[in-house]
Structures are given as C-alpha cells and as structure tokens.
Design a protein around this ligand. Structure first.
Ligand code: FAD
Length: 261
C-alpha cells in the first residue's frame, strides 16, 4: 500500500468524532495526506455505535438532552437537526417518538445517527481521495516493525502495518466479581438489555448492584418486558437511583489542543 495508513481500534462515538476531525484537517491542509487509508476495526458488527449506543431496547435513554448531545465539537445540535431532517430514516423504528429539543431520546436512536455519520464520513473520504475500510475483528496485539510501522494483529489472523494507530476502545468490562462469571443467574453487565430481559424468568427476584445509568436501564428494561418479580437496587454509597447529570459544556484546562500537539 503506497499511501499513509491509520488503524483505529474501536468504532464508537470517539472514532466518529476523530475521523470527522481528521478529514476536516485534510481538507484544510490541501490534501497533504490525500492518499490515506483508515482501517476501522471493531470486534462488534455494528460500526459507529460502540457499546453505549448499540441496537438495543428503546427503554435505554440518553442522559443528555436531544439538542445538546453531538459527536462534533464544532457542530452543536447536529444530532437534533439530523433527526428533524431525516425522519424517513428513523420513523419506522421509533413510531411513537415525540421530538423536542429537551427530550431524553433512546440511545439506540443516537446509534442509528452515528452509523449514518460514519457512512457520510466514508463517502467524504472517497471524495478527497482517501478511504475508510471497516473490519469486523478484534485487535489483540501491537508490535513495532523494523521499518517503523506499528503493526496491529487481530484474532482473525489479520495484520495491519500502520503509520499511526489510534486506540479508541472505550471502557473495559468490570473486573469485579470475576469469581461469579460462570454462576447461573449472574450477569456482569446488563447489556444487551434485549438478552438479559429474555433470559431472566419474569417472576425471578432480581438484585441490581449499583444505582446509576446501567442499573436503571436494567430495571426499566425488566419492567417494560413484563417482569413481575421483586427488583432491589444495592448501592454502596446509599445514593438513590440517578442518571442525568448537569447539561453543561466543559472547557478542558489541562488537556488543551496546544498541550496535545
Ligand atoms: C451503557 C452506557 C451508556 C452511556 N450513555 C451515555 C449518554 O447517554 N450520554 C453520553 O454523553 N455518554 C454516555 N455514555 C458514555 C459513552 O461511553 C461515551 O459517550 C462514548 O460513547 C464513548 O465512546 P468510545 O468510542 O470512547 O467508546 P465505545 O462506545 O465503548 O466504543 C469502543 C468500541 O471499541 C470496540 N473495541 C474495544 N476493544 C476492541 C478490540 N480489542 N478490538 C476491536 N474493537 C474493540 C468495542 O467493541 C466498541 O465498539 C454511556 C456509556 C455507557 C457504557
């Protein structure tokens, strides 16, 4: 491969933001890197969504208002405007949705939007002579070759010699309660909610450890699927169940663009 290669491991919201910023820079810098190949690796089959915005039950909601959340720092309100302008894309999947700038919408809807953003970015890349190639595989090793390339190896026996590697892998799974992993009735994560609510018997007693976003997703998912047994939240801080933070913008003081450069 003659041009430059960037391999991105993980295809969630951060990667969508990164690819957007990268392509914008290439346009501004007069196509300096126009022969660029971006390999986008993800171990999950749904590109652009990541864990948070996976295709799951519509009872799991964003904790950020519709008009506020955006993967593009220079385009506030982009998600909400996209919803207004592209009803035909999402209306059939979310027929009862009432759009308002202040609504807390389903996370899977934001996932649909991210998938479309990735598709538009792939098209934009072609327009400026680059390519975004998605690969459904798990990266498991990084090595440094003698020619200066960084090589990503995957479980599927692929190898990606790259000029740059971007790790955008999100949060790892919880390492707590490893000893319970194979215990019937124990789940280290509630996701996908579609799955957990299907396999937990409707009348079962359910203990949910934690009382924040994923705990609330689980409880609402259970109730929406017709669960009748008792559900108890356990919180070591004693906090009441809560999800939504302050809807504010933060100005990074330490991690500034200058310092990163
Ligand atoms: C359940 C949940 C709900 C959330 N809700 C909100 C919300 O409502 N509002 C908000 O602003 N933020 C929310 N967040 C925060 C959210 O994590 C960020 O907004 C954002 O989605 C993080 O994006 P990311 O790309 O860094 O990570 P992720 O979205 O986690 O994406 C990482 C991707 O990397 C892939 N990956 C990991 N390791 C490998 C590997 N070795 N090889 C190949 N692929 C790999 C994973 O499969 C995944 O697709 C939520 C987070 C979670 C977990």
């Amino acid at each position: 491969m003659s041009g430059k290669v960037i391999t991105i491991v993980g295809s969630g919201a951060s990667s969508v933001s990164f690819i957007d910023a990268l392509l914008e820079n290439l346009c501004v810098e007069n196509n300096i890197l126009s022969d660029l190949t971006i390999f986008l690796l993800d171990k999950r089959p749904q590109f652009g969504r990541g864990l948070a915005y996976a295709d799951d039950t519509s009872t799991s909601l964003l904790n950020t208002r519709a008009s506020f959340i955006s993967p593009f720092s220079d385009k506030p309100g982009h998600f909400y405007n996209w919803l207004l302008q592209n009803k035909s894309i999402w209306e059939d999947d979310f027929p009862d949705l009432i759009l308002s700038p202040d609504a807390f919408l389903p996370r899977s809807l934001f996932g649909n939007y991210l998938t479309h953003m990735l598709q538009s970015l792939s098209k934009k890349a072609v327009e400026i002579g680059c390519r975004v190639i998605t690969v459904n595989d798990e990266a498991y090793r990084i090595t440094f070759a003698h020619d200066g390339k960084i090589v990503i190896s995957t479980r599927g026996n692929l190898s990606f010699p790259s000029d740059h590697v971007v790790l955008s892998c999100g949060n790892g799974g919880s390492l707590e309660y490893k000893n319970l992993e194979d215990t019937p009735g124990f789940f280290s994560s509630p996701y996908p909610i579609k799955h957990t609510t299907r396999v937990i018997p409707k009348e079962a007693r359910v203990a949910i450890i934690g009382s924040r976003l994923s705990a609330i997703d689980m409880a609402i998912g259970l109730k929406a699927s017709g669960h009748t047994g008792p559900i108890v939240f356990h919180s070591r801080t004693g906090s009441l169940p809560a999800v939504r933070g302050i809807q504010g913008r933060y100005k990074p003081e330490y991690l500034t663009p200058q310092r990163i450069k």
